[in-house]
Design a binder for this molecule. Sequence first.
Ligand code: FAD
Length: 328
Amino acid sequence: MAKKILVFSEVREGELRNVSFEAIAAGKVVADGGEVVSVLMGENINHLVNPLFHYGSDRVVVVNHEQLKSYTTDAYQQALLQVIDSESPEGIILGHTAIGKDVSPRIATKLQAGLISDAVAAEKNGEEIVFTRPIYSGKAFEKKKVKEGIVFATIRPNNIAPLEKDESNSGEITNISVDIKDLRTVIKDIVRKATSGVDLSEAKVIVSGGRGVKNKEGFKPLHELADVLGGAVGASRGACDAEYCDYSLQIGQTGKVVTPDLYIACGISGAIQHLAGMSSSKVIVAINKDPEAPIFDVADYGIVGDLFEIVPLLTEELKEVLNVKESV
Ligand code: FAD
C-alpha cells in the first residue's frame, strides 16, 4: 500500500552525507509507490535541495533555523517532532549514524512507536516490507516487519545502494518553520581534530592495522596503500591500546562499524570484537604472518607473510596498475 515516508537528510560541514541518498532508496521501498519526502535541516542549506531530488526524493521539506546549524539532541528532536506533526508520515527513515542513533530512540519514545535500528536491507515481500538487521555482533541476521503503526527505521551506512542519480529530477519544496526553545545545550564552536583524507565511516576502501604494525611508524606503509586506493586507514583496538594510532580509527564492537567495498586487515588477528565492526565488508583481504590467525576465516583473500614486505609491494604494484603518479 502506498505510503508517505519521511527521510532524514544528514548534513556535515555543509555537505550531504551519502547515507541521506541511501535513506531515500530505502524510503522508496517502504513508500511502495507513495511519496518520499526528504527532511533537510540546518542554516543556509537551500543549495542542498537539488541533490536530494536527483537521488529520488519526490518532495523536500526545508527547515531553516539558526539553532539547527550544528546538531544538538534537543534542537533536532524538537524540530523533527514538529515536522512529523505537520507531515503525518506513515514511515520515517534515518541513517544509523551518530545523529540517527541519538535522535531516533527519543523520537520513537515520543511517538510511542517501535524502532527497527541498524537495518542493512529493506525489501518488499508480498504486501509487507521486511527489514534485515545484524544481531550478535554480526554473527546472525534477523528479519523484522512492522505489523501496525508507523514504520520507523535507521539504516546502516554503505549497505543500501542509492538510486541512480538523475539530474533532470525535481520536485516541490515545502518550507516549515519550527519553534525551538528551552535548549539545555548550545554549540558555540566546533573544534575538529585535524584529520586528513577520507572519512572512515563512508570509505569504500579501508586499510586497517593491528598490533602487528609494531609502532606508530608502522602505520606509514598502510597510509601509503590507502592513498593509492583512495581509501581510509582504520585500526584494531589492539593498535589503539598500544598507542600506535588514535582511538578515532578503532573498528569493532566498541569502535566504528564499517562496510567498505574492500577491507584490508594488516597484522590483525581477527578477534570477535574486531570482526563485529568489519565482517560485513564486501571483500576482505587479510595479511598476517600467522596462517592460523582467525582473520583468515572471514577473509576472501589471505596473504600469509610479513606485512612490512607485502604492503609496500602491493602499493607499488597498484600504483602501476592504477597509473598513479608520484606527487612532486
Ligand atoms: P593481536 O591479537 O595481538 O594480533 C596481532 C596480529 O598481528 C597477530 O595475528 C600476528 O600474527 C600478526 N602480526 C604480527 N606481526 C606481523 C607482521 N609483521 N606481519 C603480519 N602480521 C603480523 N578489538 C577491536 O579491534 N575492536 C573493538 O571494538 C574491540 N572491542 C572490544 C571490547 C571488549 C569488551 C573486549 C574485551 C575486547 C575488545 N577488543 C576490540 C579487543 C579484541 O579482543 C582484541 O584484543 C584486539 O582486536 C586485538 O587486536 P590485534 O588483532 O591488533 O592484536
